[in-house]
Ligand binder design. Structure first.
Ligand SMILES: Nc1ncnc2c1ncn2[C@@H]1O[C@H](COP(=O)(O)OP(=O)(O)OP(=O)(O)O)[C@@H](O)[C@H]1O
Ligand SMILES: [Mg+2]
Length: 425
């Protein structure tokens, strides 16, 4: 493959990051990882829960992150960017349809028939299809056929996973990029990108859930047979912990953030009773006064909020039936996953002892981006998983149909799926 430059932009609630990378030009698997040559990141102030709420503020932070990355990469301006979206009430659904092919060789016509049979499943609504891939073909009820064209059977079935989002957050991203003179090459569901960066190939193949704990949202994706089969967003993140600390201890948000990172722990019980920390409390006159408090006061604020977030994640996973669909392996990433004690707490919450709905213990680990090379220590942490994964998406460009689901019927969508299958299978 010819060597080329691609760019990724993660518009997050806490920070905006831009990675510029070179891809191609090498043989061998490891050498084909995107090689990051430009990095820029900036505090983000124009977003709330993953959604742009202040176009002007977002534009300034995007411009500055992109500028820094361009300068580091040698100065030439970027145009196309892969951008994540972690908003828009994502809906993840698998459509499953089957038609009779009566014992003959499976032709394109049969695949068309399967797809038009699925057409009636599409609900009339104004949403955008972010990701769409066939996750399974079956012939005579036997699943696992990767390419059914030319095979023999009585009945052909296909399962298509569709991840749709509301149009408006996407339009806002597009508008914001236009104001920065950038072109939206593709929008990628945030936790999908994170999973590409932190899961190893075996995990994506055998089945794994990836949970990205960000500042404003905690988002999840699930993989099986190398395909995205589920995605969701919970509007709670690290900011909520910081806000709880600021309120509970009467300190500024800035000081609360520092206390969380330095002394926070989500396992209250293991913090020694005698541990004291110094804080700057805001008095009635609005001035700050230094006092010492037991560290357990801080951890007793942090731990219930993180616990609650993990319980929400667990409930969503159980509700979606993921243990049966993809298994019980879960990888945590995102900036907020760095809170001390997270893995231990997650192991507890995802154990059969703690919750009868879990049935058997999950295998839990934390992950950081391993799918790209050239990241410095400061940008190789779990807060940069999404940005790194966007590069992997850009480097592989999975064939998908990105289409607007028409208001009245699914006709447009299914003719696109048909055309796309014709090209790819
Ligand atoms: N060492 C740390 N310990 C605990 N929390 C941390 C640490 N470092 C960063 N965080 C928290 O991580 C959060 C930011 O995570 P991240 O950078 O992944 O968010 P984001 O991608 O900008 O936001 P989102 O994905 O929600 O849109 C903040 O709430 C921050 O307090
Ligand atoms: Mg994020």
């Amino acid at each position: 493959m010819r060597e080329q430059t691609i760019a990724a932009l993660d518009i997050g609630t806490s920070k905006i990051s831009c990675f510029i990378a070179r891809i191609g030009g090498h043989a061998g698997d490891m050498e084909n990882r995107p090689r990051v040559i430009g990095i820029g990141h900036q505090l983000s102030t124009g977003l709330k829960s993953g959604t742009i709420v202040d176009m002007g503020e977002s534009e300034i932070s995007i411009r500055s992150a992109v500028d820094a990355a361009e300068r580091m990469a040698g100065g030439s301006p970027i145009d196309d960017v892969y951008v994540n979206i972690s908003a828009g009430q994502p809906r993840s659904r698998i459509f499953s349809v089957e038609v009779d092919v009566a014992g003959h060789e499976i032709s394109q016509l049969d695949i068309d028939r399967v797809l038009s049979a699925g057409q009636k499943n599409i609900k009339a609504e104004e949403r955008f299809i972010l990701h769409s891939r066939p996750v399974n073909f079956s012939i005579d009820g036997v699943a696992g056929a990767r390419k059914p064209l030319g095979m023999f059977g009585e009945k052909l079935g296909v399962e298509i996973h569709l991840l749709t989002v509301a149009l408006s957050p996407l339009k806002n991203i597009q508008t914001c990029l236009n104001r920065c003179h950038l072109n939206l090459k593709a929008a990628v569901f945030g936790p999908y990108a994170s999973a590409l960066a932190v899961l190893v190939a075996d995990e994506r193949e055998l089945g794994t859930i990836c949970v990205d704990m960000g500042g404003g949202v905690t988002s999840l994706s699930a993989f099986r047979d190398n395909e995205l089969v589920f995605g969701d967003i919970i509007p709670v993140g690290g900011h909520h912990v910081t806000r709880d600390i600021a309120q509970g201890l009467s300190v500024s948000m800035e000081k609360a953030e520092r206390l969380k990172i330095l002394y926070g722990d989500c396992l209250s019980a293991r913090v020694p009773v005698r541990d004291q920390i110094d804080i700057d409390q805001i008095g009635e006159d609005g001035r700050e006064y230094g006092i010492a408090i037991p560290r357990s006061m801080l951890t007793s604020i942090v731990s219930p909020r993180v616990e609650e977030t993990l319980e929400l994640v667990r409930d969503r996973i159980i509700e979606a039936g993921l243990p049966d669909r993809v298994g019980r392996r879960i990888v945590f990433t995102g900036g907020a996953s760095q809170i001390s004690g997270l893995e231990e707490l997650a192991r507890k919450i995802f154990s059969a002892d703690a919750s009868p709905s879990v049935h058997a213990d999950f295998h839990v680990r934390s992950g950081r981006p391993v799918s790209v090379s050239g990241l410095a220590d400061a940008t190789a942490g779990p807060g940069f998983s999404t940005c790194a994964g966007l590069l992997n998406y850009g480097a592989t460009q999975p064939d998908e149909i990105h289409a607007r689901v028409p208001g009245s019927s699914g006709e447009g969508l299914f003719s696109q799926i048909r055309a796309w299958l014709k090209e790819n299978f």
